[in-house]
Every structure is written in C-alpha cells, then in structure tokens.
Design a protein around this ligand. Structure first.
Ligand SMILES: Nc1ncnc2c1ncn2[C@@H]1O[C@H](COP(=O)(O)OP(=O)(O)OP(=O)(O)O)[C@@H](O)[C@H]1O
Ligand SMILES: [Mg+2]
Length: 419
C-alpha cells in the first residue's frame, strides 16, 4: 500500500518536472513557430529551458531573426521597386491572361490622359482607347512575342508614343501576362520635324538669292551689259541679293552656334536704359524715313549682368521689327521696369499686329506672317528665333501680346542678379 502511494507521489513529481522542464517550453516554442507562420517575425522564445529544449529555443530564435531579416530585405526591395516604377517617365501597365489590368504606374495615366489607376481590375480596353495599341496587345497574346511600334493617340491630345508589349510568364504554368510599356516621343518627333523643316526652309531661302544672282549675271553676260542703264540696275539688284545672302548665312551660322552653346558670353554690368538708347541709334535712320517716334520710358533704372552685345542684339531685333511692321508716323515705345527679381523690357508698337493663331509660331525659324511683305523688307524670318535663344541663354523669358491692326508688344524678362 505504502509503495503504491510512494509510486503515485513519485510519478506526480516526475510528471511535474517533465511538464515544467519540457512540455511548457516546447509549448512556448511552438507558439513562437506559429507566430512565425503568421508572418509575425518579431516574436522570440524567452523562457528558461534546459538541455536540448534550450537548444531548440535558440534554433527557433535564430530562424526568427533570419526570417525577420529576409522579410525586411523583401519589404525594402518591394519599396524600391514601387518607387522606381512610380517615378518612371515610361508608362507601365500589367495585364493578366483575362485582359484584366493588374497594375499601372502614374506615368501611364499621364500618357493616356486619364487616371487609369481607377481601372485596375477592369479590362485593359477601357484604358487604352487606341485601336493601334489594342491591336498590338492582342498580337502579343496571340503570338506570345514582344511587339514594338510607334502609335498615334488622337484623344484627349495628339500624341506620338513608342509602345512595347512584353509577354511574361504568370505564377501558374501556362498563364500569360503582358507588360505594356509606353513612352511619349511627341517632343522628340517635333524637334526632328523642326530640324528637317529648317534644312528645307534654309535651302529654299538660300536658293532664292542664288537663283537671282545666277539669272542676272547670265543675262548680263548674254549681252545686257552693253546697256549701261540695265547694267547698273542689274548690278544693284545683284548687290542687294548678295547682301541678303550674306545676312542669311550669318543668321544661320549664328543660330547653329547658339544651338551648340558655342557663343562665349562676356559677363559685365549693363545699364538697360543706355543699351536701349544706343540701339535706337541703329534704327534711327529707318524710323526717321517713316516719320516714326522712338520713345523710352524708364520706370526703374536697372542693371543686369550679362553680355552687352547679346543684349543689344535682342533689343535691335525687337526694335527693328517694331519699326518695320508699323505704318508711317507710327510709334515705338520701350519700357523698362523691375518686377520681383526680373528686369522687364517691353517693346511696343502701334503697327500691323500679329494674328492670334500665329503668335506662337513667330519664334520658329523662317516663320513670317506675311511672307511677301517681310521678304520685301529684307526679312529672313530668323530674327525672333535668334532673340528667343539669346533671351533663354540669359535665363530669361520672352512673350508676345498683339492685336491685329492695333499693335504688338514683346515682353522680355531677364533675371537681375542680386548684388
Ligand atoms: N512688331 C511686330 N509687328 C508685327 N509683326 C511682327 C512684329 N515682329 C515680328 N513680326 C512678325 O513675325 C515674323 C518673324 O519675325 P522675325 O524677326 O523672326 O523675322 P523677320 O523680321 O521676317 O526677318 P529677320 O530675320 O530679318 O528679322 C515677321 O515676319 C512678322 O510677320
Ligand atoms: Mg525681324
């Protein structure tokens, strides 16, 4: 009897020891393991176990630390990827095999002209309102091959876009996803056109005086030079045409130097009023012939830092235009004033004005509102494009305000460097 009682006490005692030393720690360790499987990687085993159970606790803690580090790395990688995709200027869209949008980045909304982030979960057709793009996407699905093409968007704005559709494997075998990559190349194509237009226009403009020179010299050699009167008249025309050619070639060279930023800038302090008055001298004769008045209104006496010959080139072009494109007895007025940290120079005339839809275009090379009139007055249509380059070289801006038949004002804003 006494033995059985002792045996019971002993068994209870041993059970208690086993529970305290083994079962409880194992239970705690299991709880840690469960937390890890629930992706709570910060949990650790902190109990006091002995022997192999303690080793087990340590191993599970090492596992937790390693999982926590790996998870942190994954989160950071994910964040980096997310930042990268969100800051790309290329539009990115992921579509699954059911044509459903899985992801889009902000650039895609900018390119497509609407907020397509709202369309995640919908068919891609709702986002890409372009037959060309839909066709490329369907081809990529059919052929399981990358597609690349230049496509035109007409809505909501005209755009030229370089599109790449890249098939990628999905999570499941046989699942086919697509990445749509769009890059807006409208500006690149526009600049290319400006360049080719420039070559076409320049050749055309150069050809005109050259043809005249050739024609007149041939006629003279064919016998017209015997007549002194005709000889003089033709030579005068040839002189005028060669000066035109000279101006043109100089302007073209000037523009290409400006474009390549080869123009050395002499930095000096320039008094704007003095620069305007000395520019008036250059056009005075022409203005007197047309009985025109040249006025200057100095609201502030201003100095800017820059290259004075470049500034005079800007003023000369604008004031000369004002005189050329204004009728007899008209007026040209130059106002100088300060606005915040900018010197504002306004060149106004009460001349023929510029139609509203052409006001943006006059800064383009060779653009002339009235081709015949401008050519007769010796114009090449390069003046304002040179002015625009020069103003931008001085970190300034130029704008125009004009009313047809009433007059034009060019406004140049140049930064005044704080002393
Ligand atoms: N003050 C103005 N009033 C009316 N039209 C103007 C005025 N200034 C410029 N324009 C228009 O803008 C066009 C472009 O001017 P721009 O100075 O570039 O060329 P241009 O005067 O024809 O030739 P040039 O290169 O010899 O100056 C002109 O042909 C003219 O039609
Ligand atoms: Mg001009």
């Amino acid at each position: 009897m006494i033995f059985s009682v002792l045996a019971l006490i002993l068994t209870t005692f041993i059970t208690l020891i086993i529970t305290k030393r083994i079962a409880k720690p194992i239970n705690d360790i299991m709880e840690v393991a469960e937390s890890l499987s629930d992706k709570r990687y910060e949990v650790r085993y902190t109990g006091n176990a002995y022997g192999e159970v303690a080793d087990l606790g340590e191993t599970i803690n090492d596992l937790a630390t390693s999982l926590e580090e790996q998870n942190l790395e994954l989160v950071q990688n994910d964040k980096r990827l997310y930042e990268l995709i969100n800051h790309l200027v290329i539009g990115v869209m992921l579509i699954d095999e059911h044509r459903i949008i899985k992801m889009v980045n902000p650039a895609m909304s900018v390119i497509l002209g609407e907020d397509v982030s709202q369309l995640v979960g919908n068919s891609y057709v709702e986002a890409t309102k372009s037959y060309g793009l839909s066709h490329m996407i369907e081809m990529a699905y059919q052929k399981n091959e990358q597609q690349n093409d230049e496509i035109y968007f007409y809505y909501p704005k005209d755009k030229i876009v370089d599109a790449n559709i890249v098939p990628i494997d999905g999570k499941e075998p046989g699942e086919q996803n697509l990445i749509v990559l769009l890059y807006d190349i409208t500006e690149i194509r526009r600049l290319e056109k400006v360049r080719t237009d420039f070559v076409t226009n320049a050749s055309h403009e150069l050809k005109t005086p050259v043809t005249a020179l050739k024609g007149f010299s041939e006629t003279l050699l064919d016998g017209a030079m015997e007549d002194k009167e005709v000889l003089k008249q033709f030579l005068e025309i040839m002189l005028a045409e060669s000066s035109r050619l000279d101006f043109l070639v100089n302007d073209i060279l000037e523009l290409s130097k400006l474009e390549q930023k080869q123009v050395p800038l002499k930095i000096e302090e320039i008094n704007l009023t003095e620069a305007v008055i000395s520019t008036f001298q250059l056009v005075k004769q022409k203005a007197d012939e047309k009985k025109m008045k040249l006025n200057i209104i100095e609201e502030d006496n201003l100095f800017i830092t820059g290259d004075s010959s470049r500034l005079k080139q800007i003023l000369a072009n604008l004031i000369n235009n004002a005189v050329v494109y204004t009728q007899e007895s008209g007026e040209v007025e130059v106002t100088i004033k300060k606005e915040n940290n900018f010197a504002v120079i306004k060149v106004s005339d009460n001349g023929i004005g510029i139609p509203e839809d052409e006001q943006d275009r006059i800064f383009e090379r060779f653009y002339r509102v009235d081709k015949a009139r401008s050519r007769n007055s010796g114009g090449t249509g390069l003046g304002l494009s040179i002015v625009k380059y020069l103003v931008e070289n001085l970190n300034g801006f130029i704008t125009v305000e004009s009313k047809l038949g009433l007059g034009t004002t060019f406004i140049v804003k140049l930064p005044i460097q704080p002393k």
